[in-house]
Structures are given as C-alpha cells and as structure tokens.
Design a protein around this ligand. Sequence first.
Ligand code: NAP
Length: 253
Amino acid sequence: MPRVLVLGGTDLANAFVTALQMAHPGLEIVLSLAGRTRNPKLPDCPIRTGGFGGTEGLAAYLREEGISALVDATHPYAAQISANAAKAALETGTPCLHLVRPAWEQASGDNWHHARDYEEAAGHLDALSQTHPLTVFLTVGRQGLEPFHYLMNCTHVVRSVEQPDEAELPPGARVVLARGPFREADEAAFLKENGIDVIVSKNSGGTATYGKILAARSLRMPVVMVARPPLPKGEVVGDVEDAVRWVTAHHHP
Ligand code: NAP
C-alpha cells in the first residue's frame, strides 16, 4: 500500500492533504507536525507530532514506516526540516517533492526594503530610525526576534500565533496573539490604531498574510521584507494541484 508522508505545519500542507485524499481515496497519508502550535487546524488523517531526530531520524522513519513518497509542505522559512527532508530522501531513495507557495512580488506602490536575513532587517530599522523614533510591527513569528532587541529608537508590536517567552521579546515589546487569515481592511485599521510606522515581514506568499502588504501599499508604509532561505536542490512545485499530479505520477505512472 503506497504511503505518503507530508511534512506540514502550514495551511498549504492541510489543503494538499485534503486534495490528495479526494484524488486518491485508497492512499495512506501521514501528516507530520513539529508540535509547536497548540490546537492546530488539521485535516482528517493520521498525524504524527514532534521532531524525527535530524536527517538520520527522518531517514529511519521513512524506512521503518515504508514511506513511498515524501512531500515537504513546510513553511518556506522552515529551512532545517526542508534540508533534512532532501537529505533523508536521497539517502533512502524516497521520491521527494517540495511544495512551496510562490513568493510575493513587489508591485507598484510597494515601498519594500529588502533584507537577506533578520540581522539585515534590524540594520534597516536602525538606519530608518536614526532621525525619529519608529513603531515597528514585527510579523516574523517568535523565532528570529533576537536581532531586534538592540534597536535604541524603535518600539515593537509583535504578532505571533503562540505567546513568545519573555526572553525572546525585544525589551518593551507589546504582543498581539492572532492567527490568520488577515484581511486588508482589518490590517489597515490595526496599523493606524497602533501608530505603526514600518512593518517587518517574511515573504510567506499566499493570501492568508498578504493583507498587511496590501494595507501597507495603500498607506504608503515601508515594509522590511526578509528574503526566503534557499531551498535544497530537488523537485519543487508551487501549488496543490501540481503536487497531487506529482504523487499520481509516482504511484500510478
Ligand atoms: P525548522 O527550523 O526547519 O525545523 C527545526 C526542527 O523542527 C527540525 O529539524 C525538525 O526536528 C522539527 N520539525 C520542523 N518541522 C517539522 C515537521 N513538519 N514535522 C516534524 N518535525 C519538524 O522549522 P521551524 O521554522 O521551527 O518550523 C516548525 C514548524 O512550523 C514547521 O512545521 C513549519 O512548517 C511551521 N511553520 C514555520 C514558520 C516559520 O516561519 N519558520 C511559519 C509557519 C509555520 P528534527 O531535526 O528533530 O526532525
């Protein structure tokens, strides 16, 4: 019996599992989560939770569970698990696909400051806040906040799904707990109500968190856009339909 392991933790992974179940009712699908989010929204399929124990652990899982195909549908910034997936697949001869939403493209009216990583993003804020204090909307999640701890002339509003630990937060940061999707009108109201001057964002792609980018465009607000880490070499698709076709080709060639 073919068995597909889907590395998830994203809405895209959930949508993919649902589409795959409809296309191949007989297929066994296991969805894997890191286990960071309490009460995640999940499709109706077997779920396993927690790390595998690096590349070796994932390779052992693929062998022991007789996995016939691996689909990495993790978030584009979850670079470690994607790298582990590519290596473990190579080691075990398991077909592997990366399903990643295409990145957002800068459009007319966008005022983006491109940053290679969180350190460079903090550097942009430092430069922008030289002449006047800034209120910064940090929407990069709980991880990667450390470089923003040292900005002297910035006040931070941090949005996160889970409550960050105090030590993870820049001093004096205010936390807003919320889970997307976020609509443009609500984001525009939020930016105004909180006196936000600049947004720091990952380039997540998709529509669920695009509202703040649209709101920033209409308000002519700068966005510091943190680039995606590189994907490992391998097969990549950008939408659910192509990923379902890939599984079909591997199981019913
Ligand atoms: P990461 O840095 O790439 O991974 C760190 C470790 O967490 C991995 O080495 C692995 O542990 C474990 N892990 C990650 N994803 C896993 C999965 N789907 N199933 C089992 N183990 C997993 O990942 P991250 O950035 O912390 O993201 C963790 C989860 O949150 C992922 O599922 C991702 O899709 C989701 N997420 C991340 C972001 C983001 O911005 N990074 C945003 C939204 C959702 P072992 O080495 O022990 O196997």
